[in-house]
Design a protein around this ligand. Structure first.
Ligand code: AHG
Ligand code: MN
Ligand code: MN
Length: 335
């Protein structure tokens, strides 16, 4: 359901969320408040991202994360901003993050709530120092465990059980895009007033889509034979062009706006691919499918996968429905 709002009006994310809430009779305002808090964190991260290069927030820390990747200062900053924006609200039962090894519990001095927030605080970190678009990705579930405060099982839910998902892309402008199951809506930050304004209501992957594939071809020799045949087809008789930014959020944002096929396949070096299920694949899968696209691990729906651990990886194919289905048929060896 979408509130009928004349497009001439300036609609802030606050106004939009309150309007949307009207369609959920059971709504208590908690979800609306949670998205407000995430939007606030996005504004704070955006401010630091746009200042990066002027203040000592570029570059790497001496630390490595659970994936053995060097942690960038902005990764840690964004992680702390999100945790501090959410941990005291009484809305959240627990959190999980790419940058935190285990579950992030709500400190005892704060009340716990019904929602579980799992996030990649800063996606595309390798691009920070070269001023290429980066992002933040989040996934929201309802708590399912019986205890008063969240537990690991609350985070290990399949993507089909997400109540909402969203991302922020820090690019030529800062945009917040989210879905709560009633379409995908985009808001652009007007830094002069510090407000996210509705700029892309009811986002849909265009049909016909742009024939663009997006994959890191440096790994070609490590792909399966079927993956190699797929990309060879796309660039030859398939007539596809190629775009690869190397920032998942930026590559998916382009795919949402223009259509196309984003792939991060398994390879001999990474048998499950590189991208993580809980805070990269599943939230983006909800968004892409709510926008009319498809999200697969190459054989089945990404959102059907039952997670076994917080940081598990998955091969990932998402974008225009017909292109993902084409990829699946090549990977199945049926073409
Ligand atoms: P993160 O910075 O959160 O670790 O994510 C980086 C990911 C993703 O943004 C992008 O799609 C992928 O790394 C690029 O990987 P390659 O450099 O192997 O192509
Ligand atoms: Mn990431
Ligand atoms: Mn990250």
């Amino acid at each position: 359901m979408f509130a009928a709002m004349p497009d001439s009006h300036v609609v802030t994310i606050s106004r939009f969320l309150v309007d949307q809430q009207r369609f959920h009779s059971e709504a208590t305002g908690a979800f609306t408040s949670l998205l407000h808090d995430i939007a606030l964190a996005a504004k704070i991260i955006s401010r630091e991202v746009t200042k990066a290069g002027l203040v000592d927030i570029l570059g790497a820390t001496e630390e490595e994360n659970v994936h053995g990747e060097q942690v960038q200062k902005l990764d840690m900053f964004a992680n702390q901003v999100l945790i501090k924006a959410l941990d005291h609200t009484g809305l959240v039962a627990c959190m999980a993050s790419e940058e935190s090894d285990g579950l992030i519990p709500i400190p005892d001095q704060f009340p716990a709530g019904d929602y579980v927030v799992i996030f990649d605080p800063l996606d595309g970190s390798s691009n920070i120092d070269v001023n290429v678009s980066i992002g933040t990705i989040w996934s929201i579930h309802r708590k399912v465990s019986k205890g008063a405060r969240g537990a690991l099982e609350d985070c290990l839910q399949p993507g089909t059980r997400q109540v909402a998902a969203g991302y922020v892309v820090y690019g030529s402008s800062t945009m917040l895009v989210y879905t709560s199951g009633a379409g995908v809506h985009g808001f652009t930050l007007d830094p002069s007033i510090g407000e996210f304004l509705l700029s892309h209501p009811r986002m849909r992957i265009p049909e016909p889509s742009k024939k663009v594939y997006s994959v890191n071809e440096a790994y070609y020799s490590r792909w399966s034979r079927e993956q190699q045949r797929l990309v060879t087809h796309l660039k030859n008789e398939g007539g596809f062009g190629s775009r690869y930014i190397g920032s998942f959020v930026a590559d998916i944002h382009r795919t949402l706006l223009q259509g196309g096929l984003f792939m991060y396949p398994a390879d001999t070096g990474s048998p499950k691919g590189k991208l993580r299920l809980l805070y990269e694949a599943a939230p983006m899968a909800m968004i892409v499918e709510q926008a009319g696209g498809l999200a697969s691990d190459g054989a089945r729906s990404l959102m059907e996968i039952q997670p076994e651990s917080l940081h598990q990886r998955t091969p990932l194919y998402m974008g225009s429905r017909a292109f993902v289905e084409l990829a699946e048929s090549y990977l199945a060896g049926s073409v």
